[in-house]
Design a protein around this ligand. Structure first.
Ligand code: NAD
Ligand code: UGA
Length: 469
């Protein structure tokens, strides 16, 4: 039996390891974490993350060949393959602050592996890391190894939240990078054998270490760039009377471009796009490639522009003031089918509206009041650094309330802002919502989920991203 241990029981470690356990009954998988509450939740009926299909997978293998534990050292010691899936946030201070990846968590995991290991191990980078991280990790491990042999592999994860289980069951590709030495190639083959139990061989790509590390940053940069491209077009659509959905459809019909990932929005969010592009920008700058750095920086700038453009649209449409007006916010998660709020565009939009003295009433089917308040009180980049959690700011509590129902959130509101594309927002009874609101009643759809014509017929004044006004 192959023993796998994964350090980090988060959005990547938990689902990825659960699927490996399900697909490879002859592999024992233990997911470890220093966060006791997270491990307790993985061992309970209330898993720490909401992800469609995850419950079923975990229930099928937990206690058989899938285990969750806080006994990090014991399970690392016993493992043949150690995945490291810890957080790699943006540095908040010191050299490269605001751009570079903070590898503190990664390095402490590597040092711990070197300390406790008593047998040879394959160490797999699952976290997204700067290119050349494997070299640093290799140094830490070999200089502390007491004669034990370590092989480092890069095996970046491409799952998206909300579809993680689907993505893991049926990945476009699995990427494994390793040293081009006999030992490196043997390790690559061992990891390949794990994935080959359910992923077709032609979808398992093997490369050198640096290509694998860089491909992950490149893939996220390309994906985010598509969104910024379509969002840039959405501004031009609004200025000219073109319709961004029609433009995206026409553009995406070109098979060289393709139809996916061209939905205009209030901006992309999530824990990785911004962080990984900033990281890429920093690596380019460190290599003296300033033009390349500036090119990718622009993807983030357009994203920030899109969020502030949305806030400006709300305020200017409502006669240049939202002061004291109740504004209902539908959706706070960074996308549908997840409760994750990391870097959600809703944070910037809500802060912008509160900055203009709006009174917000927020509803999201998967996000708790505590989470909303914490997010609105936090400084940029602090969310991934638990030690820096800020106390709740009085502004966040006074001007923001959280509701458990869209109808309650919109009652007596002057405007509704849709910030997440939850399916249920498409089928709300908008006539009922209109009747309960102050007039004129505005809808600002940041995700293009509502039927604009229908809502206008009801009597709403509707603004929808990239649609004719
Ligand atoms: P996360 O914050 O949800 O999980 C990381 C976990 O690692 C936390 O529970 C933390 O307590 C734990 N941890 C940190 N240091 C530790 C240590 N020394 N020992 C044991 N546990 C430790 O993060 P995530 O979203 O799962 O992301 C992990 C990595 O995967 C990041 O590098 C991210 O960029 C990358 N990634 C994320 C996604 C995604 O969809 N979230 C997708 C692909 C790649
Ligand atoms: C993204 C990538 O899709 C994954 O391949 C990658 O593994 C992951 O980042 C990561 O490295 O963390 P994720 O952030 O979970 O996955 O979700 P996406 O579906 O990519 O959505 C990201 C953001 O872009 C969301 O806010 C979403 O609403 C927005 N988006 C997406 C758009 O605005 N328009 C689109 O057409 C698609």
């Amino acid at each position: 039996m192959v023993n796998i241990c994964c350090i980090g029981a988060g959005y990547v470690g938990g689902p990825t390891m659960a699927v490996i356990a399900l697909k490879c009954p002859s592999v024992k998988v233990v997911v470890v974490d220093i966060a006791v509450s997270r491990i307790n939740a993985w061992n309970s009926d209330q898993l720490p993350i909401y992800e469609p299909g995850l419950d079923e997978v975990v229930k099928q293998c937990r206690g058989k060949n899938l285990f969750f534990s806080t006994d990090v050292e014991k399970h690392v010691r016993e493992a043949d393959i150690v995945f490291v899936s810890v957080n790699t946030p943006t540095k908040t201070r010191g050299l490269g602050a605001g751009k570079a990846a903070d590898l503190t968590y990664w390095e402490s995991a590597a040092r711990m592996i070197a300390d406790v290991a008593v047998s040879d191990k394959i160490v797999v980078e699952k976290s997204t890391v700067p290119v050349k991280t494997a070299e640093a990790i290799e140094k830490i491990l070999t200089h502390n190894s007491k004669g034990i042999k370590f092989q480092i592999l890069s095996n970046p994860e491409f799952l998206a939240e909300g579809t993680a289980i689907q993505d893991l069951f049926n990945p476009d590709r699995v990427l494994i990078g390793g040293r081009e030495t006999p030992g490196g190639q043997k390790a690559v083959q061992e990891l390949k054998n794990v994935y080959a139990q359910w992923v077709p061989e032609d979808r398992i790509l093997t490369t050198n270490l640096w290509s694998a590390e860089l491909s992950k940053l490149a893939a996220n940069a390309f994906l985010a760039q598509r969104i910024s491209s379509v969002n840039a077009m959405s501004a031009l659509c609004e200025a000219t009377g073109a319709n961004v959905s029609q433009v995206a459809h026409a553009v995406g019909k070109d098979t060289r471009i393709g139809p996916k990932f061209l939905n205009a929005s209030v901006g992309f969010g999530g824990s990785c796009f911004q962080k990984d592009i900033l990281n890429l920008v920093y690596i380019c700058e460190c290599n003296g490639l300033h033009e390349v750095a500036n090119y990718w920086k622009q993807v983030i700038k357009i994203n920030d522009y899109q969020k502030s453009r949305f806030v400006n649209r709300v305020v200017s449409s409502m006669f240049n003031t939202v002061s004291g007006k109740k504004v209902a916010v539908l959706g706070f998660a960074f996308k549908k089918d997840t409760g994750d709020t990391r870097e959600t565009p809703a944070i910037d939009v809500c802060k912008g509206l509160v900055g203009d003295k709006a009174l917000l009433s927020i509803f999201d089917p998967q996000v708790t009041e505590e989470q909303v308040m914490r997010d609105l009180a936090m400084r940029k980049f602090d969310w991934d650094h638990p030690a820096h959690l800020q106390p709740m700011s009085p502004t966040a509590t006074k001007e923001v309330s959280v509701c458990w129902d869209a109808y309650e959130a919109t009652k007596d509101a002057h405007a509704v802002c849709i910030l997440t594309e939850w399916e249920e927002f498409k089928s709300l009874d908008y006539k009922k919502i209109f009747d309960g609101m102050r007039k004129p009643a505005f809808v600002f759809d940041g995700r293009n989920v509502v039927d604009v014509d229908k809502l206008r017929e009801i009597g709403f004044i509707v603004y929808s991203i990239g649609k004719p006004l």
